[in-house]
Design a protein around this ligand. Structure first.
Ligand SMILES: [Zn+2]
Length: 319
């Protein structure tokens, strides 16, 4: 047997998967992430459930050729070290690969969660069959992953693919979590949609959302829904969001010239009202040879993208 185990560790749940040698997902399950008091039990919990679930499938850990882990934070890919993960209560550098290998006796590889999601979509999802794919995840923040020639780009310090921090808002209106202003994340995430809605509301744009905007309780979903029903402010915000995303994709297109840009995350559920606008702006801005063969599509694997990518990493680097 040469099975593979994968875990995508999130702030509230860990998604886990057991794969065959040729990367078919045999079984998937979830466990809660025990982040209190210091996230110290997370790897142990994963190990324990791996032992149990492999046994349930008539296997033991000696049948497993590798473990792939995804973590929500910056990763030194070569050395398998995560440099802090706020959502997991992990502070400072933590040698994840080493710790999990010591615990399980199985070779382990670790990468950032946005990267493994991108690799999962490239290999098994919306980019399936193509070697050059870029994924953009529009959630509370904006994450991303860049696959070139079938491999994730990591870069010198692991920051390759952090496309949420491409500078797009030259007016530098909103503060980003990274400490800078003007990042894509400040104008294209769920938070970014709310930033823009507030900004235009204060500048007098008409809207039916004035009550929640005044109270400070407006949500990105409410802004999207308002746009769908023709609200002037909602439409203005979505136009601007799509313009910034189109600009970022256009910049990326001449760096890696992907077959597919894959858009995922909660904000992508806005659907065609957002996607049509992204495609329009992308086409308007992009170097013709870089848009003629590139499609912008929605992600297909949802929450399973990460485990598929983590398993793929095992196959690429540990076998
Ligand atoms: Zn930033």
């Amino acid at each position: 047997m040469a099975n593979i185990l994968a875990a995508d560790i999130g702030g509230t749940t860990c998604k886990l998967g057991l794969f065959s040698d040729d990367l078919e997902l045999l079984h998937k399950w979830e466990i809660p992430t025990e982040t209190f008091p210091d996230g110290g039990k997370i790897l142990e919990d994963i190990h324990e459930v791996f032992v149990k679930e492999t046994a349930n499938h008539g296997l033991d850990l000696t049948d497993i050729i590798g473990v792939g882990l995804g973590v929500p934070g910056p990763v030194d890919f070569k050395n398998g070290i995560i440099n802090g993960a706020i959502n997991l209560n992990w502070n400072g550098k933590k040698p994840i690969s080493y710790e999990f290998e010591k615990m399980s006796g199985i070779r382990t590889i670790v990468d950032n969660d946005a990267n493994i999601a991108a690799l999962g979509e490239q290999y098994k999802g919306a980019g399936s069959g193509y070697d050059d794919v870029v994924m953009m995840t529009l959630g509370t923040g904006v994450g991303g992953g860049i696959v070139v020639n079938g491999l994730l780009a990591h870069g010198h310090g692991g920051a390759a693919g952090e496309i949420g921090h491409i500078h797009v808002d030259t007016k530098r209106r909103f503060q980003c979590n990274c400490g800078k202003k003007g990042c894509l994340e400040t104008v294209a995430s769920a938070t970014g949609i709310v930033n823009l809605a507030r900004h235009h509301f204060h500048n007098g744009v008409e809207t039916r959302l004035s009550k929640t905007l005044e109270e400070g309780t407006v949500t990105s979903k409410a802004v999207v829904d308002a746009a769908k029903s023709g609200d002037a402010l909602g439409i203005k915000v979505l136009d601007e969001v799509a313009g910034f995303i189109g600009l970022a994709l256009s910049d990326i297109s001449v760096l890696t010239n992907p077959n597919y840009f894959i858009i995922g995350g909660g904000v992508s559920r806005a659907g065609d009202i957002l996607m049509d606008r992204i495609r329009k702006h992308y086409k308007r801005l992009t170097f013709p040879p870089a848009h003629e063969n590139t499609e912008i599509v929605f992600a297909e694997l949802g929450n399973d993208a990460g485990i598929h990518g983590a398993a793929r990493l095992v196959k690429q680097y540990l076998t």
